[in-house]
Design a protein around this ligand. Structure first.
Ligand SMILES: NC(=O)c1ccc[n+]([C@@H]2O[C@H](COP(=O)([O-])OP(=O)(O)OC[C@H]3O[C@@H](n4cnc5c(N)ncnc54)[C@H](OP(=O)(O)O)[C@@H]3O)[C@@H](O)[C@H]2O)c1
Length: 296
């Protein structure tokens, strides 16, 4: 049995990943992380209506990734289950994310970066040390952001030697800069200094995690441009339908994450495009173009 935790599993890409995992692996069991039990239960019940073989293979796990207490309580539940059935956790999909370009940078970082750090560090002790996998759902907004940074900031954001402590002080500096109305471009920090910045840091964190846990397979990927509650307002603002805006349906967003969970050929500490091919973290790579082959 492969037990997999998917954060933010109650809707959008996370929900599609939950469904795809259960369809792909007959032996998979999913902890559907959801910060609202009601929304999680409703989504689980919908999945069960669609496919009766999912019965007994999904547990809704109350989990707010921005809250230490919530993560600890979720850990206690999964720990108890793992002790009871003697099974380790096979995978974590750090999918929960927010995109609020206008809101406080710290709120976005708390979910998109600290959420990954908090959940991974808490749950890694429950993981299968030899086979365990972590998939961080970041975004092409990360590499696109880095491509607009100064060479100095680029070097920082693509280094696999950056510690969590350095990343934290970098985030603190960015939060202070934002609060004081400072000029990000003067600091060599490029376009999209909220969501894009958070996803760039999440990619750097993936490099750092891969170094710390060499036996696990830890990678990041973008799901692609997918129609969800997060992106629908963008299409509306552009006066287009989601399809006209180039958005794909949520099942398309599962290709890279599910590949990273189960395929034998996946790397470690790498970032993948929505076509499940390796991509650089300092510039955008279009799906369909040759994969990135260097190592950071
Ligand atoms: N859609 C795209 O085109 C696209 C592109 C690149 C990357 N991504 C990334 O893909 C991931 C999923 O996004 P999506 O498009 O599916 O967005 P979505 O439909 O808005 O879903 C986001 C999910 O994250 C959850 N979430 C938000 N804050 C949370 C928190 N503090 N704790 C736990 N869960 C939390 C939400 O829960 P609630 O229901 O409680 O709000 C929801 O389940 C995100 O990391 C996003 O950045 C999306």
């Amino acid at each position: 049995m492969k037990k997999i935790l998917v954060t933010g599993g109650n809707k959008g890409i996370g929900l599609a990943i939950v469904q795809k995992i259960l369809e792909t692996e007959n032996e998979a069991f999913v902890y559907m992380g959801s910060r609202s039990i009601d929304r999680g239960d409703a989504s689980r019940n919908n999945l069960l209506k669609q496919n009766s073989s999912f019965k007994g293979r999904i547990e809704v796990l109350p989990l707010d990734v921005s809250n230490d207490h919530s993560v600890t309580e979720a850990f206690k539940i999964v720990d108890k289950r793992c002790r009871a059935d003697g099974k380790k956790l096979y995978g974590i999909v750090n999918n929960a994310g927010v995109m609020m370009e206008d809101s406080a940078l710290e709120d976005v970082l708390q979910v998109n970066v600290y959420g990954i750090y908090r959940v991974s560090n808490k749950f890694i002790p429950l993981m299968d040390e030899e086979k365990g996998r972590i998939v961080n759902i970041t975004s092409a907004a990360g590499p696109s952001f880095v491509s607009t940074c100064s060479e100095k900031q680029k070097d920082f954001l693509v280094s696999s030697d950056i510690s969590w402590e350095s990343l934290e002080s970098f985030m603190d500096k960015c939060i202070d800069l934002r609060k004081s109305g400072g000029d990000f471009s003067r600091e060599g920090l490029g376009d999209g200094p909220c969501y894009g910045l958070s996803k760039a840091i999440a990619n750097t964190l993936t490099l750092n995690m891969a170094k710390i846990y060499p036996k696990l397979k830890i990678n990041a990927c973008t799901p692609g441009f997918i129609e969800t509650d997060m992106t629908r307002p963008m299409a509306k603002a552009w006066g287009k339908t989601p399809e006209e805006a180039g958005m794909k349906e949520p099942s398309f967003g599962t290709v890279a994450p599910v590949f990273l969970l189960f395929d034998d050929s996946v790397g470690h500490g790498d970032y993948y495009g929505s076509d499940a091919l390796r991509s650089p973290i300092d510039r955008y790579r279009s799906p369909g173009t040759p994969p990135f082959t260097n190592k950071y």
